[in-house]
Design a protein around this ligand. Structure first.
Ligand code: ADP
Ligand code: ADP
Length: 223
């Protein structure tokens, strides 16, 4: 089944003077891992933001689990439960602890504290962060921060994970390790992964590779 789709999606800024996406058609199936590749500025982040409802297309339609994204509160509620995000610069709050950071999205989703803590225990065990639960983010290494961001993104058990250069700030060895961990987690939980990357080594490990150029998809292939 198709879980995420973009149909003839266009995006421009500043009254159409900046054209970023020029008619993108894209879909991802349940449990698939998809790498979005292409040069810097080709529109990968913009497409991810639209797929996750963080921004609106200028034209065209985005659906998540068959429902159109962008029609108000119902849509936000859906997205909060269905979609998780991981960013290049983890976007964690530096002077809060790992536990506090990871609980934030569960509060917004209305999950009870005990259920949230149990989920966090499970995720930190799988990512090797159990001993870091009560540590502030500023005390963690780059790799630990990215693993924390991964835990946070998975707290609400999303079916879809959108990742924007999720290991882009790390050295190559750490980047490989964390990406393997990410793939293992999404496989275990049957999550659909859509990841923007310019690292073809990482892209090759995904089921599908989608190449973008100048705001268009120019090639899509199985790896
Ligand atoms: P990528 O992720 O492939 O590097 P982006 O989606 O981040 O590409 O950016 C695509 C283009 O859109 C870039 O030229 C960027 O400068 C432009 N852009 C992104 N966001 C905005 C914005 N809010 N206002 C104006 N231009 C933007
Ligand atoms: P903007 O803030 O760009 O002017 P709107 O005013 O149209 O966007 O957004 C209205 C509300 O919908 C805001 O609370 C915003 O956070 C939220 N929202 C923005 N994009 C989406 C989307 N794609 N799907 C669902 N809700 C969205």
């Amino acid at each position: 089944a198709v879980v995420v789709s973009a149909e003839d999606v266009w995006k421009s800024y500043d009254d159409e003077t900046i054209q970023v996406l020029n008619g993108v058609d894209f879909e991802a199936r349940a449990g698939q891992t998809v790498a979005l590749c292409g040069p810097s500025g080709c529109g990968k982040s913009t497409l991810l933001h639209l797929l996750g409802g963080l921004d609106h297309p200028t034209r065209g339609r985005v659906t998540v689990n068959g429902k159109p994204v962008g029609d108000g509160q119902g849509s936000l509620h859906l997205l909060r439960h269905e979609v998780g995000f991981v960013f290049q610069l983890h976007n964690l709050i530096a002077d809060l602890t790992l536990e506090e950071n990871c609980l934030i999205p569960t509060v917004a989703a209305g999950t009870s504290r005990s259920v949230a803590l149990e989920r966090l225990r499970q995720l930190t065990e799988r990512t090797g962060l159990t001993h870091r639960l009560k540590h502030r983010i500023q005390k963690l290494s780059g790799g630990e921060r990215q693993r924390t961001a991964l835990c946070r993104a998975l707290m609400n058990r999303p079916r879809i994970l959108l990742a924007d250069e999720p290991t882009g700030s790390l050295d190559e060895r750490t980047s490989r390790q964390i990406f393997d961990l990410l793939l293992e987690l999404v496989a275990t939980e049957g999550i659909t992964l859509i990841m923007a990357t310019h690292d073809h080594g990482l892209a090759q490990k995904c089921d599908r590779l989608v190449e973008m150029r100048d705001g268009r998809i120019c090639e899509s292939s199985l790896t």
